[in-house]
Every structure is written in C-alpha cells, then in structure tokens.
Design a protein around this ligand. Structure first.
Ligand SMILES: CC(C)(COP(=O)(O)OP(=O)(O)OC[C@H]1O[C@@H](n2cnc3c(N)ncnc32)[C@H](O)[C@@H]1OP(=O)(O)O)[C@@H](O)C(=O)NCCC(=O)NCCS
Length: 156
C-alpha cells in the first residue's frame, strides 16, 4: 500500500471513494434520505475538485488504485476520511491514520479533531479519539447524527 500526497487528477477517483463509502459502508447506520444528502447522486465535479484541492488529502493506493483518502488541516482538523468498501477492513484506514499522526507529530500539533459518523466512531476510538459531543447536523434540511471527537497528541 502506498500513502501519498494529493495530486491533480485525483479528484474524480476521490469522489468515487466518497460516494461508495457513504452509500455502501455508512448505509449500515444511516437511512436513504440521509445518504442522499450526504453524498448526492448528482454532484458538481468542478465544485468537488475545488474542495479536494482545498483540503489536499493524503491518498491511499493499493496496486495503483485509489482506495481511500483522508486530510489533515493546519489546526488539527480532519475533514474527510473515507475508504472504498471493496478495500474495507484491510488496514487502509489505519495506514492513513498512522500517516496523519506522523505528520501531526512532526508539525508539533497538540490536538486532532473531527466530526465522525456513527460508522467511523469505532475506527476513531481504536486510535484513542474520545467523543467530546454527540451532535445533529443538518444537510439540506435532513438531520444526521454524528460525534465531535478529538485526540490529544502525546497521549496514546
Ligand atoms: C471508517 C473507515 C474510514 C475505516 O476504514 P478501514 O480501512 O475499513 O479501517 P481499517 O481496516 O484500517 O480498520 C482499523 C481498525 O479500526 C476498527 N474498525 C474499523 N471499522 C470498524 C467497524 N465498522 N466496527 C468496529 N471497528 C472498526 C477495527 O479495530 C479495525 O481493526 P481490525 O479490522 O483489525 O479489527 C471506513 O469504514 C469508511 O470509509 N467508512 C464509511 C465512511 C465514513 O463514515 N467515513 C468517516 C466520515 S467521518
């Protein structure tokens, strides 16, 4: 497995990972209406590309195929964290998280935080993130439950 920096041209592949991770993996915890507003079937590729160029995620490849991505912002915020369902539970997410932790420590960040889905909570807990708050977010008027989670660096 290769973890690398974002590069131009990745955007549509990341869109596919995002869509499938939500509509297949997160479908275990969210209903059809919630999935549809979280990852709409029709999206604007230019807006998506702009978003990815903004967050510049780390990209995971297996045999040359993009199977996951996750970002780390300068204040310790993790905005996106998605692994393609075909590659799920094979350590892709763990490799991305290890990379994020290494980069964060190298940059002397003190705290990581994210808004974590019901589906991803056990994964973040595995890496010793704790739930700060359960919350309900509204996307296009539809309520989705998730958790604000964080991890102090220097701890485990
Ligand atoms: C959360 C996610 C990124 C995890 O990616 P992954 O590559 O499948 O995770 P890994 O295989 O590296 O898992 C590492 C460990 O995390 C834990 N873990 C991961 N998924 C889990 C689950 N569904 N239930 C319980 N524990 C889980 C396990 O301890 C696992 O180790 P194990 O497989 O040896 O038991 C992926 O499931 C995903 O994309 N989910 C849907 C989208 C989503 O909700 N993204 C987060 C938005 S905040």
């Amino acid at each position: 497995m290769l973890i690398r920096e974002f590069s131009l041209g990745d955007e549509p592949h990341l869109a596919e990972v995002f869509y499938q991770a939500i509509h297949q993996t997160a479908a275990a915890d969210y209903g059809p209406e919630q999935l549809a507003v979280w990852a709409p079937a029709q999206h604007d590729p230019n807006r998506w590309a702009e978003r990815m160029r903004g967050i510049r995620p780390f990209v995971a490849e297996l045999d040359g195929v993009i199977v996951g991505y996750a970002d780390l912002q300068t204040d310790g915020y993790i905005d996106h964290f998605f692994v393609s369902p075909e590659a799920g539970r094979r350590g892709v997410g763990a490799a991305l998280m290890q990379h994020i932790l290494e980069v964060a420590r190298a940059k002397r960040m003190t705290r990581l935080y994210s808004e974590v889905s019901l589906t991803a909570r056990p994964f973040f807990e595995k890496f010793h993130f704790i739930v700060d708050e359960a919350q309900v977010v509204l996307i296009s008027g539809v309520a989705l439950n998730n958790f604000r989670m964080s991890k102090l660096l220097g701890s485990t």
